[in-house]
Design a protein around this ligand. Sequence first.
Ligand SMILES: [Zn+2]
Ligand SMILES: [Zn+2]
Length: 642
Amino acid sequence: MMKISFPDGATRDYENGSSALDIAKSISEGLARKVLAANVNGQVWELSRPINDDATLKLLTWDDADGKNTFWHSSAHLMAEAVESLFPGVKFWVGPALDKGFYYDMDLGDKKMNEEDLLILEKKMNELARKNNPYQRQEISKADAVNYFSNKGDEYKLDLLQNLQDGGITLYSQGGFTDLCRGPHIPHTGFIKAIKLTSIAGAYWKGDEKNKQLTRVYGVTFPSQKELDEYLLMLEEAKKRDHRKLGKELGIYTMNDDIGPGLILWMPNGTIIIEELEKLAKRTEEDAGYKRVVTPHIAKENLYITSGHLPYYADSMFPPMELDGTKYYLKAMNCPHHHKIFDAEPKSYKDLPYRLAEYGTCYRYEQSGELFGLMRVRCLHMNDAHIYCSKEQFAQEFKAVNDMYLKYFKIFGIEKYVMRLSLHDPEKLGQKYVNEPELWKETEELVRNVLIETGVPFVEVKGEGAFYGPKIDVQIWSTIGREFTLATNQVDFAQPRSFNLSFTNQNNEPEIPLIIHRAPLGTHERFIGFLLEHYAGKFPLWLAPVQVKILPISDKFMDYSKTLLGKLKNADIRAEIDDRSEKIGKKIRDTELLKVPYMLVIGEKEVNEDKVAVRKQGKGDVGTLATDEFIAAAVEEIKERK
Ligand SMILES: [Zn+2]
Ligand SMILES: [Zn+2]
C-alpha cells in the first residue's frame, strides 16, 4: 500500500500503482467525471498514469490553472489532428497553452490557410472531439523518435529532438495524430465540448525574422458551450469598452507622433479624472499618516548603481544624458529619491513609521512592440509611497496598506480580486534572493498572517519573490470579468542596506528599517485604462469630467440656464450648458453619447417654478426636482463617491 496526502492535509492508503483517476473515482464518481489532470508531488501528470509510491496529490479540474492549461494544450493537439487531416503533409513546430486558449505553429508548405478554413477546421475538431479518443502516452527511445519523425519528414520535430536527452522522451497520440510532447494531457477528446478558432497569424520559426515564416492558428476551447458563449460575449463587450476607443470618444487622452510613442497627452477630461484620483489618494494617505513629497524626474547614474537598477535594468531605462561630465538618467522608479529624503535628517524610533507619498512620474523604456494604449506606456504617474518602519511595526503597517487596497476596491466597485504572494526559494538564498534566511521567514510569515487576518483571497507562489523581499501582486477583474494586474506591494530588506539607512532604536543603537513599497492605485495610465473598461466610460458622478449638462429647450430659457450654471458651479459641480440651437431630442442624444451622469432639461415649467427636470445616465427621466434639492443630492453623491 502507498500513502496519498491531499491538499486539505488528509491522507489515505491506496494500492500501489493506482492512478489519480482510480483515486478520484474512490472519492466520488462526480469528481472523476470532471478531473482533467493531477498534480503528483508538484508535477502535473495524466490521470491514467500509475502512482507507485507515497505521494502528495491534487486532483486538477477546470477551476485550476494547471487544469485549464492541460485542457488547452490538449486542444492544440486536437487542432493539429484536424489540420493534418485537411492539410496532409503539414509539419508542426510547437503548440503551447496560453493564459486564455492555445496556438499551434505549423509549416503548411506551399498551401495557405484563410479565415474560412478556420470554420472548416472548427467543424473537423468538433467531429474528432466527439469520438472521445483517448490521449495515449508512450515512452520512446531517442533513436526511435528520430526514426519516426524522419519517416514523417517533419524537420521541426527533429530539431526539437536534438535538445532532448534519451530516457525522458514521450509521444502522445489521439485518434490518428501523434506528437512529440512532454504532456500531460486530459483523458480523452470528449472533454472538449466547445471550440472557437480565433485567428491566424504569421510567426517566424523560433521568433527569428531570418527564419522561415510559419502559420500560427490561435484558438480557445471550453468544457461547455455555455462557457464559450460567455467568453465570446465578454470579448464583444470588451471591444465596446476598449479604453483606446472610449479614451478618444470621451476626450480622455491622445498621443502624437511628434511627442513620441508611449507618451500620453492627457486631455482636459482625462486631467479631471487624474485630479479626482489624486484628491482621493491624498485624502486617504493623509488620514493614514503619510507625508507628501515631490522629487525630480532625473538623477545621477550613481543613485541607480546604489539601488541596483544599473546595470541590470539599464535596458528598461531611457538612455542617459550627459551633463558636465556626469551621466543623468530619467527615473524609472521613485524609491531611491524617497530613500534620500528619509536619510536627509537623522531618524529615531519616534519618527517611525515614516511614510512618504508622491504621485511620482517615472519613465520606462518599453519596447515599441510592447506599447499598448494606456496599458503599456513610457511615461507613467505612480500612486507611490514608501513606508520605513521597524520590524515590530511591520505587521501593523502592512495591514494598514492592505486595508487601504480594500477601501479603494469598495469605492471603485471592484468585487473580484486576488493577491498573489510571491515567496523566496530557500535553495536560492544568496543568488536569486538576499541571503537573510531569518528575515525571509519572519516577513513571509507576517505577510501571510495579515492576509489571513484581513480575509483577502490570496495564493502563494514559491520562488517568485523579488530579490529583496516577498512581493504581492494584486490582480483585479473588471465588471466584464477581464483580469488586470493593478499593482505590486513589496517588502524590502535589501535597499535599506544598500542605501545605508538607519534609525536610532530605543536602546540608542542604530537599526536598519524595513521598507514597504506600495501603489494601490497603480499608475494613472493603467488605472484609468482599467476604469474606462470597468465603467464602460460611464464614470460615477465624482469622477465624471462633466457632471451635469444643462439643456435649455429653447433660447428663451438661456438666462435661467446661466443662473442655474452659476449655482451648480458655486456648489463645486462641474457643469456645462448645451447652448446650440438644436432640438431637445438631439441635445439629449448627444449628451448621452458623452456619458454625462445628469442632464437638466429646462423649459417653461421649470423656469416658472425654479425647478429642474432631471435625466439620469442609463435611467432616463427621473422626475422634476426643486433646484436646491437637486444640488444638495448631487453634492452628497459626489461627497460619498457613490
Ligand atoms: Zn503537446
Ligand atoms: Zn518603491
